[in-house]
Design a binder for this molecule. Sequence first.
Ligand code: SF4
Ligand code: SF4
Length: 205
Amino acid sequence: MWVEWIQSANLIFLLFGIIFLFAASFVICMIFKALKRRWMFRWFPLPWSRVKSWECLACGECCKEFDILLGPDEHANIVKIYGEDVTRRVVNKFYLKRRSNGTCLFLYKHNRIWLCKLQHMKPRACKLYPFEVYHSPKFGNSTEAIYRYGDKEFFVYVYPMCMGLRWGKPTPEYAQKTIPEFIEIAEGLQQEQKYSTAKLFSHTQ
Ligand code: SF4
Ligand code: SF4
C-alpha cells in the first residue's frame, strides 16, 4: 500500500513539475520577447504597421539618447536666440549640445514630466521621434513599412525603444491621423503638432 501511495505521489509531483516547467518557459519566453523588442533591437527601427497606437508620455528618454541634428534654418534660429554655445559642430553639421550626463541642454523636469525649452522652435528631428519617414525602404520589411499618402508612397519606421508605443493592429486614429501628421512634418508640409506630440502638453516631446 505504501509503495502504491509513493508511486501515485511521485506521479503527481511529476505532473506538477511538467506543468511548472511549461509555465516557466512560457513566462521566460514572454519576458525575453519583451526585452528583445525593448532593448536588443532598440536601435533597429520596425515598420509602423506593427504598432497599435502611439502617445508621447513626456518621459524624456529620447532627449537623453540621441544627438539632435539641426537643419541650417533651425541652427540659425536657435543660435540667434540662445547663442553659439548651445550647439556643436561636427565636420559641417550642427547638433544640439548635450550635458555631461547625455541629456539635451533644453530638457528640463517640471513636476514629474520632462519638457522641452525649445517648445516654440523644436527641431524637426525631435518632432519626428520615434518615427522615421523615407521615400524608399530603408530597414527592410517594405510591405509592412509602406504608407500610401496622397499619390505618394512612403516607408515609415519606428524606434521600438519609445515607451509610448503599444504593439498590435493599428487603430484608425494612429493609422489615419498620427502617421499622416508625421509624414507631413517629415516632408516640411506642416509645423504644428497635434497627434505627433504629447496630448496634455503640446510642443513637448
Ligand atoms: S517620444 Fe517616446 S521616448 Fe520620447 S518622451 Fe515621448 S514617450 Fe518618451
Ligand atoms: S525635444 Fe527638446 S529637449 Fe528633447 S532633444 Fe529635442 S530640443 Fe532637446
